[in-house]
Design a protein around this ligand. Structure first.
Ligand SMILES: C[S@@+](CC[C@H](N)C(=O)[O-])C[C@H]1O[C@@H](n2cnc3c(N)ncnc32)[C@H](O)[C@@H]1O
Length: 190
């Protein structure tokens, strides 16, 4: 994605908490003059070197955060975006068919009016993740629903332009059916 955005002529700040991932982006980039690398994990990183932004693309990252961490990240993005600037974000889906009991647990939490019922600090309690064990299970994971994903951004002053379920083009053809649905959102700073 970084390379695609660079091809439009834009100046890009690429963030990741992994130096290795940033190195890969750097080595694949022809025009390094328009690329700035920012190492560290949102929301706990120094973002003071980020220039005013027109847009942010955040794919498959926010689902590693609690609701509070995602809100703090949305707050930081809001501070760095220009007025009218947008965030395009997506999170991985609810793998309901690989996590027996998960939907029931989330349903129970919803009855208690939790703002972020899909957040799990420790997914080990659902120990039958992945029938073939070829995909590692993240310990901390946020199974967002549409309402709580919108909440992350609306709570920080963004307007929601659109939110939708979609099939990520790169999703493996052999993924379970549920794994083919990602949740996307487009929000705008007033
Ligand atoms: C599942 S990958 C997604 C990569 C890419 N955005 C994509 O859609 O293919 C998640 C990436 O987010 C990074 N990451 C995880 N938590 C992060 C955080 N709090 N802040 C910044 N990057 C984070 C990981 O190091 C990893 O490179």
């Amino acid at each position: 994605m970084t390379q695609k955005i660079l091809q439009t002529g834009a100046f890009v700040v690429a963030n990741d908490l992994s130096q290795e991932h940033l190195n890969r982006i750097w080595s694949e980039t022809m025009d390094q003059g328009r690329l700035k690398l920012l190492l560290g994990g949102f929301p706990n990183l120094d973002t003071s070197s980020i220039p005013p932004l027109d847009a942010v693309h955040a794919a498959w990252v926010l689902h590693f955060m609690s609701g509070e961490e995602a809100e703090a990240t949305a707050y930081q993005l809001f501070q760095h975006l220009k007025s009218g600037g947008r965030v395009y974000a997506s999170v991985a889906p609810l793998y309901a068919n690989e996590w027996p009991g998960l939907e029931a647990e989330i349903g129970k939490r919803k009855q208690h009016d939790l703002a972020y019922p899909g957040f799990f600090e420790n997914t080990d309690e659902f120990d039958n993740w992945s029938h073939d064990n070829t995909r590692p299970a993240p310990t901390k994971f946020h199974f967002f629903d549409e309402e709580s994903f919108k909440r992350v951004f609306e709570s920080q002053g963004f307007n929601v332009i659109d939110s939708f379920w979609f099939t990520r083009p790169s999703t493996n053809a052999d993924s379970p059916v549920d794994a083919k649905k990602d949740l996307g959102i487009i929000v705008e700073k007033p």
